[in-house]
Design a protein around this ligand. Structure first.
Ligand code: KIV
Ligand code: NA
Length: 266
């Protein structure tokens, strides 16, 4: 494989090939994901929940995103690296500050693109960031930075008015210059409509199979983050259980004098 670029993704959509994306927040996981041949690594602000232990994504800072993206980047050869712009680093009404924040993330972290949440309300900012030469990924549906407006992590776009708005937003984002669009927690039928309505690739999470690609939080699919598992997650492993078993075995071996053995000693 060679380095995945934003233009490769559109080529994939046109060829009917599925796009794969997973999140990473550190070097070893990024390296494993890259070596598995996943197209896109997202340094998501889910960082706040699955790594930093917050209840939501709101407290994550630009500094946090840069710190973790740098670690991710050291493990990546081929995957396209996208970093989330955290809450309040855009949509503040100060477009030039948004461009500076996006620029700082790219320059200091080495990511190739940024992701922002939202529809028509964020179009002017996306246009400005794209104009600065920074590729932008969009994100519609359940946008976790707006959790306090949604009143919880709930499926979005169920009513026909909300569905219509989501399609209008998707077109507006495409017009603004996004290279791909994440659709989170929306009905599968709406995903199909959006995916047909735009030329940019759609990447779904909890959005059915009709998107051009899929993304999951790696800690969910590996069963590392055990606080809760959303309905849309398929657990490909239960590492939290395995880790706890290993740790208890270690404790037992130390306490009984079973570890270290002669072979493990100098
Ligand atoms: O932060 C994140 O992990 C995300 C994905 C769920 C799309 O935004
Ligand atoms: Na995110």
């Amino acid at each position: 494989m060679s380095k995945v670029t934003v233009t490769d993704l559109k080529t994939k959509k046109e060829a009917g090939e599925r796009i794969t994306m997973l999140t990473a927040y550190d070097y070893p996981m990024a390296k494993a994901i890259d070596e598995a041949g996943i197209d896109i690594i997202l340094v998501g602000d889910s960082l706040g929940m699955v790594v930093l232990g917050y209840d939501d994504t709101l407290a994550v800072t630009i500094g946090d995103m840069i710190h973790h993206t740098k670690a991710v980047n050291r493990g990546v050869k081929d995957a396209l690296v996208v970093t989330d712009m955290p809450f309040m680093s855009y949509k503040t009404g100060d477009i030039s500050q948004t461009v500076k924040n996006a620029g700082r993330i790219i320059k200091e972290s080495g990511a190739q693109a940024v992701k922002v949440e939202g529809g028509s309300e964020v179009v002017a900012e996306i246009e400005a960031v794209v104009k600065a030469g920074i590729p932008v990924m969009g994100h519609l549906g359940l946008t976790p930075q707006s959790i306090n407006q949604f009143g919880g992590f709930k499926v979005q776009g169920k009513e026909s008015e909300a569905a219509q708005k989501l399609i209008t937003d998707a077109k507006a984002l495409e017009e603004a210059g996004i290279f791909a669009l994440v659709l989170e927690c929306i009905p599968a039928v709406l995903t199909k409509e959006v995916t047909e309505a735009v030329e940019v690739p759609t990447i779904g999470i909890g959005a059915g199979k009709e998107s051009d690609g899929q993304v999951l939080v790696t800690q969910d699919l590996l069963g590392i983050f055990a606080n809760f598992t959303p309905k849309f997650v398929r657990k490909y492993a239960d590492l939290n259980d395995e880790i706890k078993t290993a740790l208890k075995d270690y404790k037992k071996d130390v306490e009984t004098g079973e570890f270290p053995s002669q072979k493990e000693s100098f």
